[in-house]
Write a protein that binds this ligand. Structure first.
Ligand SMILES: [Zn+2]
Ligand SMILES: [Zn+2]
Length: 397
């Protein structure tokens, strides 16, 4: 397996503009955990017929997920009879489970039907990067009943996948930009137009590909882009239990939690609003970090839990830095504050001071470890990212 040199344990991204803050803009958020990247049988032919929406919903509820998005491959939706995962005719329709997910949702659990546009590299060899683009539904679900264009092999770019998603009202996420295999690596034919970047994909937990994706996200933010970092499991077989195997990530590991204001009903429009605003927390099951401010004293706290000895960092991304997101050369962030943490923690942090001193630099917080356990056993290598309030809105709803 790939070795990673650092582990982000859980990062609460807290990027915000000092100029936009007021003493009343930090309500006591309520967090709802979800999975943005899940494949199902009947629409993704690489699930081996082992993951049906009803079973996915049941497992999600067991694992404490409040919501999830089915993101089946565009290159096999409608052509499940095709044996070769990457060589199917694209028949569509792309969202076959819209009625089923409505049936499986209620006031405490929301499931929606999205897609993972999956253009492929030119055969033979599959050596060219193209990329996979997650596509989240509009408020009321997709009305598009055609088929996304992901063929001919090698002719459909990542930029085309992003455009096709956005054209039908979707919220586009560049998934696993640096997966370690060439044909699903993002081709960076556009660095604009997508609203999310999957900086943490469940395969191999937190790995070097995720590390590079985080660096690419920092680069995009440093360049002034409003791109929300997200995590998704990429689960293909619902029977895989946490912590999973090297190449088979379990549902909900990692997960993206979103923050809603107290009293807000759990609905897809509310979840999508929170995603678009960047109020996200990327984490594994037992690790978390959130930031909050006492309105009386204006004191900022980072609160959370880490089951293993970890380092808590408050990071600032310097705006205006020259960098190339397609080939990031290490992370850009500066560490503004750090502390050792283990178990439940509550840390007073100099967020307010950092904001005043660095008005142009978005902040986020992370829990990191120095190394990942070489074994995939146990719930040990949590990683992640945090809640974001990016400087600008990140895409209309
Ligand atoms: Zn993919
Ligand atoms: Zn996938």
């Amino acid at each position: 397996m790939k070795q990673s040199t650092h582990i982000l344990s859980l990062t609460l991204i807290l990027a915000f503009s000092a100029a936009c803050r007021s003493t009343s803009d930090t309500p006591d958020w309520v967090w709802f955990a979800g999975d943005l990247h899940v494949h199902s049988s009947g629409a993704s032919n690489d699930t081996d017929g082992l993951s049906w929406p009803e079973d996915i919903a049941a497992t999600a509820r067991e694992r404490g997920l409040d919501w999830l998005v089915l993101t089946d491959h565009s290159n096999s939706t409608g052509s499940m009879h095709c044996e070769d995962v990457e060589d199917c005719p694209n028949l569509g329709p792309e969202f076959p489970w819209q009625d089923e997910v409505t049936r499986l949702s209620d006031a405490t659990f929301v499931m929606v039907d999205g897609n993972e546009l999956s253009p492929v590299a030119r055969s033979p060899g599959m050596g060219e990067a193209r990329g996979h683009v997650g596509c989240l539904p509009p408020r009321d679900g997709f009305t598009f009943d055609g088929a996304f264009i992901d063929r001919p092999d090698g002719d459909v770019t990542g930029a085309s996948a992003v455009e096709q998603c956005v054209a039908v009202g979707g919220w586009a996420i560049v998934n696993h930009p640096f997966p370690g295999v060439p044909w699903i690596t993002y081709d960076w034919s556009t660095t604009t137009g997508f609203q999310g970047l999957e900086v943490w994909n469940g395969g191999l937990r937190w790995d070097q590909g995720d590390e590079r994706a985080l660096a690419a996200w920092e680069c995009l933010v440093a360049s002034g882009a409003s791109v929300v970092p997200v995590a998704g499991s990429d689960n293909h077989k619902i029977s895989i239990a946490i912590p999973g195997t090297e190449l088979d990530p379990p549902l909900g590991q990692p997960r993206t939690s979103v923050a809603l204001e107290p009293g807000t009903p759990l609905t897809w429009p509310a979840i999508r609003n929170a995603l678009a605003a960047g109020r996200v927390l990327l984490h594994e099951e037992n690790t978390e970090i959130v930031a909050s401010r006492d309105p009386e004293s204006a004191t900022w706290m980072l609160r959370g839990h880490s089951p293993l000895p970890s380092r808590l960092e408050l990071r600032r991304i310097p705006l205006g830095t020259n960098c190339d997101p397609s080939d990031p050369d290490g992370t850009l962030h500066e560490v503004v504050f750090d502390a050792s943490v283990e178990g439940a923690f509550e840390q007073l942090t100099p967020i307010a001071t950092a904001l005043e001193a660095n008005e142009q630099g978005p902040l986020y917080a992370a829990i990191t470890r120095d190394a990942m356990a070489p074994s995939m056993e146990g719930d040990v290598a949590m990683t992640g990212l945090i809640a974001t309030l990016l400087p600008q809105s990140t895409g209309g709803l």
